[in-house]
Design a binder for this molecule. Structure first.
Ligand code: ATP
Ligand code: MG
Length: 558
């Protein structure tokens, strides 16, 4: 079509940003990723990271990394380190802007004083239960605290006492003075500071009062000059409070909160609570078990930052919660790896194939293309000799119809090598096939231009005398797909086949020197990655990232 209009669909956040820039509401874009260091990041966080980083990049702005560490109870340095590593791996670059919300405790304290002085905050002596009672419900308005009308002077003195450790935990709180009859419960004089005699991982024992999230977060954003503070939908009802805080504190270019829907994936576990239990019960091998979707688990399984970015882009940014099919993530990793990685031969369930008419002492070095679709990956040499391993399933003594692989009398192509005709097999006393026998036709060597006849089946193989032995781990969803994630008692409905270990596999000798995290396509079997935790030169371990089969189809572009 001529004059075809190129319609670039923008997500709703981009539309807001473009409007803000066009109207001069902001003259730049600054976003942030604010994790609480209380666990490992997962695929949902990856979405938020790439969204925030992507927007900063797109509009020539800046992306900040900020640990939201205002709650001293659950936070740990171990998590700070893992989070930094994961974000760097994803490629989101915070340059020199790595911040800790706890570094702003002095400014937050000053902000509280400012509110008190404006008559917008007061110290309240009600107990936590009374505060809850006074708050009212969705249908009933709240009741004002008897301490609501303390004088500014009294509030200043009491708040200072709070800071100086005069009170026990829970004895007094500082509350914003907003509106006890607001239809939005978050606006009914929310607590903004509490007394907590706890040691903080960053500030130690400097403070015994800590700001509440809804008060701290807008201040952190404002201090850093954030323009668009992007968070997930559960904070939508908190936005009026966010706006109240930045307005009352009179920041010149206050940030704006924008909510989007969380990413949920089918058949995987993302909740920290469940993952923690699986780790603690020893059902999985730590937070990076390849069956999990923490970022470290995805990395160990063999996913790439590019595949995760493609996935996040495909999912898009929405305002309504929905669940995305795991198969879409698999589609993305296949797409990313298919042209980038060598396609090699590996036999996962081996049985010997002996070529009876092949000379005993000859080894041919066959030149094999690394990736038929990408010549740039070059080629490698693969040894071929009289004794090979093939997949057990590639031989059948009594084949069903349409079985085109090896059976007595049938001819197949050995991938990259010769045509062979099966002559029979040898079995052990239990009737298991231990050797398959065949003869080869020297005229049919691959690449020789032989065109005499065609065969219907091609099977892969490795040289039994040269292959490297390997352990291969195959994965399925950790929860049972058919029956649903949870049992009636709320426990996880685990899939007993989520990990299958094949410990006597053979791979081409070239793979013996593969490095941790190196990735390959194994012909007919899928994409595999050298396990970064357990693989050694003496004991190779490969994780299957994804099989070749796909149940996901990219929707046709309209
Ligand atoms: P979880 O509930 O899994 O523990 P969280 O929201 O408590 O996650 P935070 O460290 O507080 O974790 O979140 C950091 C940022 O990541 C927040 O901006 C949050 O909105 C965002 N985020 C968390 N989960 C998801 C998700 N599933 N999809 C998109 N963004 C998410
Ligand atoms: Mg949280």
């Amino acid at each position: 079509m001529e004059n075809e209009e190129i319609v670039v669909s923008k997500n709703f956040i981009e539309q807001i940003i473009e409007k803000d820039l066009a109207e001069g509401y902001y003259d730049h874009v600054q976003t942030r990723f604010p994790p609480e260091p209380n666990g490992y990041l997962h695929i949902g966080h990856a979405k938020s990271i790439l969204l925030n980083y992507g927007l900063a990049q797109k509009y020539g702005g800046k992306f900040n990394m900020r640990f939201d560490d205002t709650n001293p109870t659950k936070e740990k340095i171990e998590f700070v380190e893992s989070i930094k590593k994961d974000i760097q791996w994803l490629g989101a670059d915070w340059e020199d802007r790595l911040f800790f919300a706890s570094d702003y405790f002095p400014q937050m304290y000053e902000a509280a004083i400012k509110l008190i002085k404006k008559g917008k905050a007061y110290v309240c002596d009600l107990s936590p239960e009374e505060i809850r009672e006074y708050r009212g419900t969705l249908t009933e308005p709240g009741k004002e605290s008897p301490y609501r009308n303390r004088s500014v002077e009294e509030n200043l003195e009491l708040f200072e006492n709070m800071k100086n450790g005069v009170y026990k935990d829970g004895e007094k709180v500082l509350r914003a003075k907003i509106d006890m009859s607001s239809p939005n419960i978050n606006m009914r004089d929310p607590i903004i500071y509490r007394v907590a005699h706890m040691t903080h991982h960053n500030t130690g024992d400097t403070w015994c009062i800590y700001p509440m999230y809804d008060f701290a977060h807008p201040i952190e954003d404002a201090i850093e000059g954030i323009t668009h503070s992007i968070c997930t939908l559960e904070f939508e009802d908190h936005r009026p409070l966010y706006d109240w805080v930045v307005t009352e504190l009179e920041y010149p270019h206050p940030p704006k909160q924008i909510e989007f829907a969380k990413l949920y994936l089918t058949n995987v576990i993302t909740g920290k609570r469940y993952i923690k239990k699986l780790v603690e019960d020893g059902i999985v091998d730590g937070w990076d078990d390849p069956r999990l979707v923490s970022i470290s688990a995805l990395r160990r399984r063999g996913f790439t930052p590019e595949s995760i970015k493609m996935f996040v882009d495909l999912v898009g940014v929405a305002k309504a919660n929905s669940s995305v099919d795991y198969a879409m993530l698999e589609y993305c990793i296949r797409e990313d790896l298919k042209l980038k990685k060598p396609r090699v031969m590996a036999v996962l369930d081996p049985v010997k194939l002996i070529i009876d008419n092949y000379p005993e002492d000859i080894v041919e070095e066959l030149e094999v293309a690394n990736n038929l679709e990408n010549p740039e990956l070059g080629s490698r040499k693969v040894p071929f000799c009289k004794e090979l391993y093939i997949e057990r399933e590639d031989f059948m003594e009594e084949p069903p119809k349409k079985y085109f692989r090896l059976f007595p009398g049938n001819e197949v192509r050995l991938m990259n090598a010769y045509f062979v005709t099966c002559t029979g097999c040898v079995k052990d006393e239990d009737g298991n096939v231990v050797e398959v026998h065949c003869t080869y036709d020297p005229e049919t060597r691959s690449g020789s231009g032989f065109e005499g006849r065609k065969v219907k089946g091609t099977i892969h193989w490795v040289s039994a005398r040269h292959a490297a032995q390997a352990e291969v781990r195959l994965y399925e969803n950790i929860v049972d797909e058919e029956k649903g994630k949870l049992n009636e008692d709320g426990s996880l409905n685990l899939n007993p086949n989520s990990l299958v270990v094949l410990d006597k596999c053979y791979v081409e000798p070239s793979l013996a020197i593969a490095e941790p995290e190196e990735k390959f396509q194994f012909v007919r079997k899928g994409f595999f990655c050298v396990d970064s935790k357990d693989s050694t030169k003496e004991h190779l371990v490969f994780n299957r990232i994804v099989s070749m089969k796909s149940s996901f189809k990219l929707p046709a572009a309209n």
